[in-house]
Design a protein. Structure first.
Ligand SMILES: [Zn+2]
Length: 73
């Protein structure tokens, strides 16, 4: 049971990471930079620069790929 919970809640996202999301922003881009991590995540669109606040759960569910320092993690 404990192991199960652990697996579900831990997604390794750090500030500065580039997230490729399943959903695209209205501007057509789906790559976002993580600005702040907390209860809510603050991410900015790499194309239009808009800042979006999303609950952690939503961010984790929507991630397709995480890129850190040019490498996929
Ligand atoms: Zn955008």
């Amino acid at each position: 049971m404990i192991n199960y919970i652990f697996e579900v809640i831990v997604t390794d996202i750090r500030e500065g990471d580039k997230l490729t999301m399943k959903k695209t922003h209205p501007c057509g881009n789906n790559i976002f930079t993580v600005l702040r991590i907390g209860m809510d995540f603050r991410i900015s669109c790499d194309k239009c620069g808009r800042i979006i606040m999303l609950p952690r759960k939503k961010v984790e569910k929507g991630i397709k790929k995480i890129v850190r320092n040019g490498e996929t993690v």
